[in-house]
Design a protein around this ligand. Structure first.
Ligand SMILES: Nc1ncnc2c1ncn2[C@@H]1O[C@H](COP(=O)(O)OP(=O)(O)OP(=O)(O)O)[C@@H](O)[C@H]1O
Length: 521
């Protein structure tokens, strides 16, 4: 199906790109060529330089050296935003659209500068035609905040195409989509490729690279390492190129727990209407428990309720047998619930503060006041975390804003570990984390449990869930199945999606299937 062509000039060609941030060399003579109609994966470890290249290719950052051409013509002048928009767009994991404006307004944002009167009805009609042209099912009058991630991404793609861009960068577009959403996104990308639109696809999910892309480029330590047809590169060779280690050197985290002890976390009838039905959950010392479910299953809401971010409608939470006041983050923290949020930008970090300060924010009272001089204990803890979570940074004193996305995520995890939590609740902790660091991170979660705490891993990533001693599948706000070790991928995926078929059959706790009603709470 590959629509990539070699007889036309490259959709984008970049060469000799150098970009520095102070002492950090983010790109060191990097190059990339993407053909029209190609789906080109750009992969590399956290901090390899992928986002920096994207910011250069989209005119957001000016490189110190190098050239960029689109369709064989030099890139627009620095600062000529409108001209860049006609060449290329990036759909980020975090939406660049304006949530309080309508779809129609977002589609035509910035295009009517200088015009005194905007005809709203005509604008909505034009937006409707535009969306129909690109096969996007979204109401032009709906506010962006009312749309799901999937529709928002489609609106952003339609917006880019309507400016004339024939190159679209997708930065981890699948991170917040469920399996059906990923299928629909890939279907749309395939049909656009057939029309000659080229994609740069950034993902830490290598299986998606194999599913969607025809070419892959690997960056390592600010440099281009290889470009190859995806089909000619085995997955372990790809990982080896990313890590610089021999193929097969990557190890899986240990999965054998020491056996469960006393309950460290217990919920009784914990419920949140519209999100999850009354839940009785027990996590024991030494145990890693998985809460598996798709984005809308309610598993994230359970994690957020345990962390005190949401107030439940009813039910109780106890840590080591002691009741925890629900709906209060400070009480959850004091009770020993460590929390790794899904959205590190919103809930995770203080950008101007250093790696060490951010990693220890919750224990500031134990380590001494935050100030310009780092207390030695803060720095010492940060150093340990930098080593064990493999954080790529110039040191504990570097502001977190200077870290790549994946490395920021690791700082959020460090922060949750700083207090020696009795139970660690982590929501999709490996989101945006590279293949090798994922192993390190899951190994740390395992160590937390082996050290006598408990861990609850909220995720839909099978590779993450493999570290668990038990996995509970959540569907429509209810735990529908429980698995011990040794589950098969297809069983867990089926349980996460709710097994539909004759009479809507589900797997129950003892592993059998039965007819259920499958109603949402
Ligand atoms: N604003 C900034 N200030 C200082 N250093 C920065 C800044 N942005 C990026 N860097 C550094 O540049 C290097 C490349 O970062 P970049 O964000 O391009 O990596 P990446 O490959 O996109 O990583 P990830 O997979 O984690 O998103 C990193 O060492 C990072 O710390």
């Amino acid at each position: 199906m590959a629509a990539a062509t070699h007889d036309r000039p490259a959709a984008v060609h970049a060469e000799g790109i150098v970009k520095r941030y102070g002492p950090t060399v983010a790109l060191d003579g990097a190059h990339l060529t993407v053909r029209p109609g190609e789906a080109h994966a750009l992969v590399g470890r956290n901090g390899a330089g992928k986002s920096t290249l994207v910011s250069v290719l989209t005119g957001m950052q000016r490189p110190e050296a190098g050239q960029v051409t689109f369709g064989g013509r030099p890139a627009p002048g620095w600062g000529d935003t409108a001209a860049w928009q006609r060449k290329v767009a990036c759909v980020y994991q975090r939406s660049m659209t304006v949530p309080d404006l309508t779809v129609a307004e977002n589609l035509y944002l910035g295009r009517y500068q200088g015009e005194r009167i905007i005809r709203w009805r005509a604008l909505r009609e034009r937006a409707g035609r535009l969306l129909a042209e690109y096969g996007v099912a979204a109401d032009p009058a709906a506010r962006i905040r009312e749309l799901g991630v999937e529709q928002r991404q489609f609106v952003e793609i339609a917006r880019a195409l309507s400016f004339g861009a024939r190159l679209i960068v997708l930065d981890e577009p699948t991170a917040r989509l469920d399996a059906g959403g990923i299928d629909r996104l890939f279907g749309k990308l395939r049909s656009l490729r057939a029309q000659g639109v080229a994609f740069v696809f950034i993902s830490h999910h290598l299986q998606e690279v194999y599913e969607l892309c025809d070419t892959v480029t690997v960056f390592r330590d600010a440099r281009h390492v290889l470009t190859a047809p995806v089909r000619q590169l085995a997955k372990d060779e790809l990982v080896a190129a990313m890590t610089g280690e021999a193929a097969g050197a990557a190890h899986r985290p240990r999965t054998a727990g020491r056996g469960a002890g006393e309950p460290v976390l217990r919920t009784e009838g914990l419920a949140l209407e519209g999100h999850f039905a009354p839940l009785d959950l027990t996590v024991r010392a030494g145990e890693v428990v998985g809460l598996a479910g798709a984005a809308a299953s309610g598993n994230t809401a359970i994690g957020e309720t345990l962390a005190g971010l949401r107030a439940p409608d009813g039910g109780r939470i106890a840590v080591r047998g002691r009741p925890v006041r629900t709906g209060s983050v400070p009480h959850a923290l004091d009770a020993g619930i460590g929390y790794v949020p899904e959205d590190r930008h919103r809930e995770g970090l203080v950008p101007g503060r250093s790696v060490a300060e951010n990693a220890t924010l919750t224990v500031a009272d134990q380590l001494g006041p935050l100030g310009t001089v780092l207390p030695s204990r803060t720095r010492e803890f940060a150093r340990r975390m930098i080593a064990s979570l493999d954080i790529k940074t110039t040191g504990p004193g570097q502001p977190v804003s200077g870290l790549s996305g994946g490395n920021q995520q690791k700082v959020v995890i460090a922060r949750a570990l700083a207090r020696d939590p009795v139970v660690l609740v982590a929501v999709r902790p490996t989101n945006g984390v590279d293949v090798k660091s994922k192993d390190a991170l899951l190994g740390v979660v395992r160590e937390v449990a082996d050290g006598g705490s408990g861990a609850l891993l909220v995720s839909d990533e099978l590779d993450d869930l493999r570290v668990c001693d038990r996995v509970l599948a959540v569907f429509h706000g209810r735990v529908t199945a429980e698995f011990g070790r040794g589950w098969h991928d297809h069983e867990l995926v089926a349980a996460m999606e709710g097994v539909r078929g004759d009479g809507d059959r589900r797997t129950t706790e003892d592993g059998t299937t039965q007819d259920t009603e499958g109603t949402a709470p």
